[in-house]
Design a protein around this ligand. Structure first.
Ligand SMILES: Cc1cc2nc3c(=O)[nH]c(=O)nc-3n(C[C@H](O)[C@H](O)[C@H](O)COP(=O)(O)O)c2cc1C
Length: 181
């Protein structure tokens, strides 16, 4: 099973990264699981311009940047993991830019049958943090892309950082293990 994890937090080793790592540690208990994590922050991935070339003249994106090699990685993955902090009731801008650029993939062949995991960290107080809005948004997107949601998990980091929250780390690990059952 091939997992492609997209780490959407600009902070490389903070809450979102800790959540993702623990989830993947659980998933990789199964020897057949291979993961590649893409850390978006330092990458040159430009915003979609809506030129529609990908839907008309080309079968890929016209923008030549570091998104181009990621298309094949998305296509060949069995599971796509989005890990993001909640920024203003939604995903980080880094991850949204990646998602917009995924528009260049063929919706009929690029996504159906794959599984999707959404991991979120947020500082606010439940339930008004934005996590529910992002969850609902991704549910609708996954239905549209005919992808199956394997897991959605969010952790509040407002009072306790992820690394100091053994309960949430354990839960992430267990959820990861379930991915390969
Ligand atoms: C620009 C910005 C916007 C944020 N917006 C929200 C928000 O809407 N809801 C929330 O609960 N937390 C919000 N937060 C808090 C982060 O989601 C939270 O601290 C998260 O755990 C940070 O993840 P990281 O450690 O991977 O950077 C925001 C933080 C920043 C920097």
């Amino acid at each position: 099973m091939k997992i492609l994890s997209i780490q959407g937090s600009p902070r490389k080793n903070k809450n979102t990264s800790a959540l993702l790592s623990e989830y993947l540690r659980g998933a990789q208990q199964n020897a057949d699981v291979y993961n590649e994590t893409v850390y978006l922050q330092p990458m040159d991935i430009k915003p979609c311009t809506g030129c529609d070339a990908c839907k008309t003249t080309l079968d890929t994106c016209i923008i030549e940047d570091e998104m181009l090699p990621l298309y094949d990685k998305v296509k060949t993955a069995d599971v796509l993991v989005f890990a993001t902090p909640i920024y203003w009731w939604h995903m980080s801008a880094q991850l949204k830019t990646f998602l917009d650029r995924m528009y260049a993939l063929d919706f009929e062949t690029g996504f159906p049958g794959k599984r999707f995991v959404l991991l979120m960290t947020y500082g606010g107080e439940d339930p008004n943090t934005g996590a529910q809005i992002l969850e609902k948004s991704m549910q609708e997107i996954m239905e549209y892309l005919q992808m199956q949601i394997a897991c959605i998990y969010g952790v509040c980091t407002g009072t306790t950082p992820m690394k100091d929250n053994p309960k949430a780390l354990d839960k992430a690990y267990e959820l990861g293990k379930q991915l390969s059952l």
